[in-house]
Design a binder for this molecule. Structure first.
Ligand code: FE2
Ligand code: FE2
Length: 351
């Protein structure tokens, strides 16, 4: 029996109890302090990720529920049966059998408070990373705009921040953090780098390949640092002349990385060719098919997907799976096999 269909998928307390009367009473009491979804042992888990699970089950049902739940979800276990709980997760708190209901509720409230505290701490750490990454990208773009050397150590630091933040917090929370700062091209840069970090993990890329992918994404639009802001941020359509200038950003970015040295040729190629299309209709060089390297294809997918799902002054963002469908529908642009492999990233983005 799942209660409260109107409750959102996140932030609820999951109550699994195979004692119907106790389940009803506990669900009512929990409902006074938090959204609660209750189910019996044979009902399966309700959808969504709970903030806390309360398990009031006999030993065998407890073991099954414990295995089915995400390891990171804290549990409050009401010990039952002679064997007690079957090796529950380290985030579990065990209450003795027949603990009074007030004790159970006090335990739930205490655990919800510590979950909220941990969430706030994580959110603060993520916000700090988002701020640091934005400042870093701003510095990279400023250096590039002024014709100064882009510090490879800073590129590396930016790559690390994005890869680690996406690994820990997930792509959704990373985007949420990045988009709190209002700075167009930097947000796009950090979003594309975030998608690259998430996509690299989905593809199972090893450390150096994963970092290279994220780094190429972080640098892909560095040439925009030399495009006038009024063109970059123009809300309406670009004139043909402005569009010609805009289309120079991939070559500008690749040239400036090439000139200063120290960037891998694959990364420079990805910067130069991220607007090429498999059918040869892209720019700046009109490359087609096999001439477009894998790293470039990967960056192009993250770039197009990010652009479609971003808020823009002149249009609403496109929803994750609709953006993916739109990309798949446009034949001749992106690599279809890699696009299919991107789907888990879009699903994680959709939440
Ligand atoms: Fe671009
Ligand atoms: Fe881009």
């Amino acid at each position: 029996m799942a209660l409260g269909a109107q409750i959102p998928d996140e932030g609820f307390v999951l109550l699994l109890s195979d004692r119907p009367a106790e389940r009803r009473a506990l669900a009512r009491a929990i409902g006074l302090v938090a959204a609660c979804r209750a189910a019996g042992s044979g009902d399966g888990l309700p959808p969504g990720r709970p903030r806390l699970a309360v398990l009031d089950l006999d030993t065998s049902a407890l073991a099954a529920a414990d295995a089915a739940l995400d390891r990171a979800v804290p549990r409050l276990v009401l010990a039952r049966g002679p064997g007690g709980p079957a090796a529950p997760s380290p985030t579990a708190r065990i209450l003795p059998p027949n603990a009074p209901r007030e004790t159970v509720l006090a335990g739930i409230i205490a655990m919800l408070e510590s979950v909220a505290l941990a969430e706030r701490t994580r959110a603060r750490a993520l916000a700090a990373r988002g701020g640091a990454a934005t400042a870093l990208v701003a510095e990279l773009f400023d250096s590039a705009a002024l014709g100064a050397r882009i510090d490879p150590a800073e590129i590396e630091r930016g790559t690390e921040i994005v890869v680690e933040a996406v690994a820990e917090a997930g792509i959704r929370d990373w985007l949420h953090t990045v988009w709190r700062h209002d700075a167009g091209v930097y947000q796009h840069t950090l979003s594309v780098a975030g998608f690259a970090a998430a996509f690299g993990a989905v593809l199972g890329l090893g450390g150096a390949d994963h970092r290279r992918f994220a780094r190429a994404a972080l640098l892909h639009d560095i040439g925009k640092s030399r495009i006038p802001a009024e063109i970059l941020n123009k809300p309406g359509r670009l004139t043909p002349e402005e569009w010609r200038l805009m289309q120079r950003h991939p070559a500008i970015g690749a040239d400036l990385l090439e000139e200063q040295g120290g960037t891998e040729p694959e990364v420079i190629a990805a910067v130069r060719h991220h607007h090429e299309r498999l059918d040869g209709a892209g720019y700046p060089d009109g490359l087609a098919g096999a001439a477009i390297a894998d790293l470039t294809r990967l960056v192009a997918i993250c770039d197009v997907y990010s652009a479609l799902t971003e808020r823009r002054a002149y249009r609403a963002p496109i929803a994750p799976l609709a953006a993916l469908a739109q990309m798949a529908g446009e034949r001749g642009h992106l690599d279809p096999a890699l696009l299919a492999a991107f789907r888990p990233v879009a699903l994680a983005h959709a939440g």
